[in-house]
Design a protein around this ligand. Structure first.
Ligand SMILES: Nc1ncnc2c1ncn2[C@@H]1O[C@H](COP(=O)(O)OP(=O)(O)OP(=O)(O)O)[C@@H](O)[C@H]1O
Ligand SMILES: [Mg+2]
Length: 390
C-alpha cells in the first residue's frame, strides 16, 4: 500500500487544497499590487478551528516567495508578547533587505539601533501612544534611541519602495493579540496604506477578531477586507476526500462520499482525518464503499476525541467546562447567554466574566449580541460523548 496521502494535523498542507481557488486568486491580486510597488488592501481570514486558515496563510506565503517578495510569518500565542514577535519579524526583514548592496549603510545603522536595546512593548492610555520602548543593552552603550512601531514599519516600507522590494507580513492566530498591540498594529497599517508603501498584511484568526478589530479602531473595517473561511461545499469536500486517494489508485463510490460529507459536515480537518482512517483500515480495497466508510466511524471518532478535542478541553478549568456543558444543555447552538445562566442557576451578570474568559481562551465566540457558540466544530457532540448525561 502506498504511503497515506491524508494530512490531518494543525497547519499540515493537504495533498489537495480544495475549494479555496477564489481566496487564493484574490491573494494573488494583492501580491500583484505589491509587485507594482504599491500598497494593497490588508486581508484577514477568519473562521472556526480546523477550517484551513493556517494552510491558506502558508500557501500565500509560498506564492509571495515565488514572486520574490520578502515575507515573514509568525503565530501569536496566548501568553506571548506580540511586539517581540513583530520585532523579530522586522529583524528578519532587515536581514533579507540587507542582501541588497546599496542599502547596506542604512540597514546597518538600523540594525545597530535595534541591537543596542532590550525591546519592550508598551502603550500609554493617557496619550493613546503605543511605544516600543527600547531599553539600553549594557553591552552596547553608544547608541540611544527609541522608536515606535509605526516609525519602524514606515522606515521598512520606504526602504522596500526605494528598492522595489515589496514585503509581506503574515500573522496567524491574531485573536490572541491584546487590545493595545492590535491598536498599534492597526495604526501602523493605516499609515502604511496612507503612504501607499508596498507592505502587505495577511492575518488569520478566530471569528472573534471581527469584533475586536472594529472595537479597537473605527477605520478597521475599511482597512481590512475580512474573508470568511468556511466549511467546504459538497463539491469541494468531495475533491478534498477523493483527490489524494485517486492519485494512488483508490476510489470512493458516491454513497461513501455522501456519508463522509454528512459526518464531517465539510470541515476540512475532519475530512482529512476520515480519509486517513479509511486509508489505514481499508487498505485492501481499491473501491471504498459506504459500508467501508461506516466501518471506520468509531476509529475516526476516537482519533478526533484524542487528537483534536481532548487537548482543547484539558485547557479548560472545571468551571469553564461546566459553562460549556450548560451551553450544550441549551439544546441548539448558537445559544443565548441568558439561557446558559438559567441552566447554571446564576444571574447573567455573575457568569459574564466566565464567558469573557472562554472567549479570551478561544473556546467560544459571540456570534451576535448575547449569542455564543463554540469555535471548535462539533464540540457539542464531543461534550455529549464525554458527559453522556447532558
Ligand atoms: N482546503 C482544504 N482542502 C483540504 N484539506 C484542508 C483544506 N484546508 C485545510 N485542510 C486540512 O484541514 C486541517 C486543518 O487545517 P489548518 O490547520 O490550516 O486549520 P486552521 O483553520 O488553521 O485551524 P486552527 O484554527 O485550529 O488553527 C489540516 O489537516 C489540513 O490539511
Ligand atoms: Mg491554524
Amino acid at each position: 500500500m502506498p504511503i497515506n496521502p491524508y494530512k490531518p494535523g494543525a497547519g499540515h498542507m493537504p495533498m489537495y487544497l480544495a475549494g479555496r481557488d477564489a481566496v487564493i486568486k484574490d491573494a494573488q491580486n494583492v501580491i500583484d499590487t505589491l509587485l507594482s510597488n504599491s500598497c494593497a488592501r490588508f486581508k484577514i481570514y477568519y473562521g472556526l478551528r480546523g477550517v484551513g486558515k493556517t494552510v491558506l496563510l502558508n500557501c500565500i506565503e509560498d506564492k509571495a516567495n515565488e514572486n520574490d517578495i520578502i515575507s515573514v510569518y509568525f503565530e501569536c500565542a496566548e501568553d506571548k508578547n506580540f511586539g517581540t514577535h513583530l520585532i523579530n519579524a522586522i529583524y528578519s526583514i532587515i536581514n533579507m533587505l540587507s542582501i541588497e548592496e546599496y542599502l547596506k549603510e542604512k540597514v546597518a545603522h538600523f540594525k545597530n539601533i535595534l541591537s543596542a536595546f532590550v525591546i519592550t512593548w508598551s502603550s500609554n492610555p493617557m496619550t493613546n501612544e503605543n511605544n516600543l520602548s527600547l531599553e539600553l543593552n549594557p553591552e552596547n552603550i553608544s547608541v540611544r534611541k527609541s522608536s515606535t512601531l509605526i516609525d519602524l514599519l514606515l522606515l521598512i516600507g520606504k526602504i522596500a519602495r526605494e528598492k522595489n522590494k515589496p514585503i509581506c507580513i503574515l500573522v496567524d492566530e491574531i485573536q490572541y493579540m491584546n487590545a493595545d498591540d492590535l491598536s498599534a498594529l492597526l495604526e501602523a497599517l493605516h499609515r502604511i496604506a496612507q503612504k501607499d508603501l508596498p507592505i502587505g498584511f495577511f492575518g488569520a484568526g478566530l471569528p472573534k477578531i471581527l469584533r475586536v478589530a472594529g472595537d479597537s479602531k473605527s477605520y478597521a473595517e475599511r482597512l481590512f477586507s475580512y474573508v470568511h473561511i468556511d466549511t467546504l461545499k459538497f463539491v469541494d469536500a468531495k475533491e478534498a476526500l477523493i483527490k489524494p486517494a485517486e492519485k494512488l489508485g483508490v476510489f470512493y463510490d458516491e454513497n461513501a462520499i455522501q456519508t463522509v460529507f454528512e459526518i464531517t459536515e465539510g470541515y476540512p480537518y475532519f475530512i482529512q482525518e476520515y480519509g486517513n482512517q479509511v486509508w489505514e483500515k481499508q487498505n485492501a480495497n481499491k473501491v471504498i464503499t459506504k459500508t467501508a466508510v461506516e466501518e471506520c466511524y468509531d476509529s475516526f471518532i476516537e482519533q478526533l476525541d484524542e487528537g483534536f478535542f481532548k487537548n482543547r478541553l484539558d485547557r479548560a478549568t472545571p468551571m469553564e467546562k461546566k459553562f460549556m456543558c450548560k451551553m450544550v444543555c441549551c439544546g441548539s447552538l448558537p445559544c443565548n447567554i441568558s439561557d446558559v445562566s438559567k441552566h447554571m442557576g446564576k444571574p447573567v451578570k455573575s457568569i459574564s466574566p466566565m464567558r469573557g474568559q472562554l472567549i479570551g481562551k478561544g473556546f467560544i465566540y459571540d456570534t451576535s449580541h448575547g449569542m455564543i457558540d463554540f469555535t471548535v466544530p462539533q464540540f457539542d457532540k464531543y461534550l455529549k460523548r464525554v458527559y453522556p448525561d447532558l
